[in-house]
Design a binder for this molecule. Structure first.
Ligand code: CP
Length: 316
């Protein structure tokens, strides 16, 4: 049994600056938390007396609920701020909203914001731990950590795995965080999509670029499919949705070109029949629901590992 070595950080803002050692520590810490909430114990008092606030300026089903469940499994109190019925719509600034939550003795603020950098602004101005739950096109670190863990759980390694990320890379914060995490852990990462949806100079991040899905999918270990983020697009990036489906939908025919034990992943929400066929979405290779379950365990580990006072000890 090894004692968890605490990550000496107050906030989790992104994975670009996270080292391989911390990524490995998180991977190694998740299983005991998964055992808690999927086993008979269900709940532990590790964060008893702590308050976790969720502050979501954009819609969410998975991330917000997952953080709430994770915090409750650790016995924290949870408050959810609904932006549409909060004083944000009366013009309150982000920092003032954060300071208000801190004055109410929130120990953690989980923030999703349409503005890339909003979690960083909050973290610099508060003593509370700030966790980025997705900021603009920038990063979605806990999604990438749950993706990383789901691959690790199934393949028992990350190094040298061929991982293909498909679709709207340009607007995807998940793709960016996945790329940082996977490349640091030694995976061979490639992206594929229409040239208009691939960021310029993405090769500088250590990824290979393809424009042809039939070519890119050959022999891969993992395919991570992204949703077309119409809500972030100010212009048309491909001629029509029919063309997108024809060239970039993951179908069973295309999946057969990957390795037989390929893992199919999707961060959700899924648009069946657009980026992924229903047959693939429901196939035995697909881990979409496992990703959601692992998301709770990963977020329990993150809440626990972040630096805070009066932390109770937990052996893993
Ligand atoms: N994957 C993800 O971030 O999903 P939600 O938008 O539902 O939180």
């Amino acid at each position: 049994m090894n004692r968890v070595v605490f990550i000496n950080r107050k906030d989790l803002l992104g994975l670009r600056c996270m080292c391989k050692k911390d990524l490995q520590l998180i991977l190694d810490s998740v299983k005991p938390f998964k055992n808690i909430f999927t086993g008979s114990i269900k709940k532990v008092p590790l964060l008893i007396g702590k308050t976790v606030a969720t502050l979501f300026y954009e819609p969410s089903t998975r991330t917000k609920t997952s953080f709430e469940i994770a915090a409750k499994k650790l016995s924290a109190d949870v408050i959810n701020i609904t932006i549409n019925t909060s004083s944000v719509i009366k013009g309150e600034s982000l920092i003032d909203t954060g300071k208000t939550l801190e004055a109410m003795k929130s120990d953690y603020i989980i923030i999703r914001h349409f503005f890339a950098g909003a979690p960083d602004i909050l973290a610099r101005n508060l003593n509370a731990s700030v966790i980025n739950a997705g900021d603009g096109f920038h990063e979605h670190p806990t999604q990438a950590l749950l993706d990383l863990y789901t691959i690790y759980e199934n393949k028992k390694k990350i190094e040298n795995l061929k991982v293909l990320i498909v679709g709207d890379i340009l607007h995807s914060r998940v793709a960016k965080s996945d790329i940082w995490a996977l490349t640091k852990m030694g995976a061979k990462v490639a992206v594929v999509g229409p040239s208009t949806l691939i960021p310029a100079n993405i090769e500088d991040f250590g990824v290979k670029v393809y424009y042809d899905l039939d070519e890119a999918v050959c022999g891969v270990d993992v395919v991570n499919i992204l949703r077309i983020q119409f809500e972030r697009q100010q212009e048309n990036f491909f001629p029509s949705i029919h063309e997108y489906i024809k060239f970039y939908q993951l179908t069973m025919k295309r999946l057969k070109m990957a390795k037989p034990d390929v893992l199919v992943m999707h961060p959700g929400p899924v648009n069946r029949g657009i980026e992924i066929s229903t047959e693939v979405a429901d196939s035995s290779n697909t881990l979409i629901n496992d990703q959601v379950t692992n998301g709770i365990a990963v977020r329990m580990a993150i809440l626990y590992l972040l630096k805070h006072e009066n932390k109770k000890e937990f052996n893993v």
